[in-house]
Design a protein around this ligand. Structure first.
Ligand code: EAX
Length: 323
């Protein structure tokens, strides 16, 4: 009896040790809270990978920018000091310049159009462009459609934006576009934005309802206008060498799990978009729901000319006209 108990104990310990040493632990990080559309993406990825590998591969998620802003996460994934990342296209063009085209304002008619482009041949071609830079891009996800918030005044027309000091993502297309609207642009990493709004270093920022609610920007912002000025894609990235070392079957598991993550992420964005206006009003913000978007587009005409030169009209049209 005593002996068999000892044997059981030993075999359990050996068993556990084997499991522990065979288990691969990876890290993933997002700049927003766990309870968010991006949280849905990474939590689903982790759950599906763990389930489909029977616990052989475990992903530990870090939230709210605890491993740094999105640029720092990309740097870590590129270097391989972190296996996985998930974030907006904000810092991406600094690593993969071809991605900048996706951040052109008013490029997509709506989320359905954007999702179709990203899931179709154009989006898949773009994912492949990450590879020479040391990333495996697993799947497109999204933040949603971006809107403008500020503390100074309700924005009803582009004139109201003139002179507002707004945080932008560290993305050259965003900076050029908002300058074209007369905004005083302040590029900044996301984890610094809440405090900068609180202390009045900046007047405003722009993000989708999902991000605004998850980051509780309503606590430090009075006004929001549903400008819908740009679609905000996000993406699952993985260190390329780490991906390449996986077996073919495990690689497929990551690709499939990322697709599940994208599904959960988009469903949450839709839910947030459906309840966001009411929720933000409840939290005390004034919401301007209807603006004449054509006015914003016409003020930006010179910037759009620049974008056509930079990206090529045929490339922009290929996205615009995708059905
Ligand atoms: O990915 O930096 C931003 O404004 C992003 O939209 C945010 O980090 C979520």
């Amino acid at each position: 009896m005593k002996l068999s108990k000892l044997m059981l104990g030993l075999s359990l310990a050996v068993g556990l040790m084997t499991t522990a040493s065979a288990q691969i632990v990876m890290r993933n990080a997002i700049s927003v809270a766990e309870n968010s559309h991006a949280g849905e993406a990474v939590v689903t990825l982790a759950r599906e990978v763990e389930k489909r590998t029977n616990g052989r591969i475990v992903i530990k998620n870090f939230f709210s920018g605890s491993l740094g802003g999105e640029r720092e996460v990309m740097e870590a994934v590129q270097l391989g000091t972190q296996e996985l990342g998930h974030g907006s296209t904000g810092p991406v063009p600094n690593f993969v310049p071809e991605m900048a085209i996706l951040d052109v304002p008013f490029l997509f008619r709506d989320k359905a159009h954007a999702r179709a482009v990203l899931d179709g041949p154009i989006g898949q071609e773009l994912l492949a462009k990450f590879e020479p830079k040391g990333f495996k891009a697993l799947a497109w996800t999204e933040n949603g459609v971006r809107h403008m918030t500020n503390n100074k005044r309700p924005v009803n027309s582009p004139d109201d934006l003139k002179g507002l000091k707004m945080r932008t993502m560290e993305n050259p297309v965003h900076v050029a576009a908002y300058k074209g609207l007369g905004i005083v642009t302040t590029p900044m990493a996301f984890p610094e934005v809440f405090t900068a709004l609180q202390t009045g270093t900046i007047d405003g920022q722009e993000n989708p309802l999902s991000v605004i609610m998850a980051a509780k920007f309503d606590q430090v912002q009075k006004h929001i206008t549903l400008t819908g000025h740009v679609y905000s894609p996000s993406v699952f990235i993985m260190n390329k060498a780490v991906f390449d070392k996986l077996s073919k079957a495990d690689q497929q598991i990551f690709l499939d799990a990322a697709k599940e993550g994208a599904k959960a992420n988009r469903a949450r964005v839709d839910k947030d978009d459906a309840m966001g206006v009411n929720e933000l009003r409840k939290r005390g913000m004034t919401v301007v729901e209807n603006v004449d978007k054509s006015k914003f587009i016409s003020v930006m005409a010179p910037v759009f000319k620049e974008f056509e030169k930079k990206f090529g009209k045929e490339n922009l049209d290929r996205i615009r006209n995708y059905k």
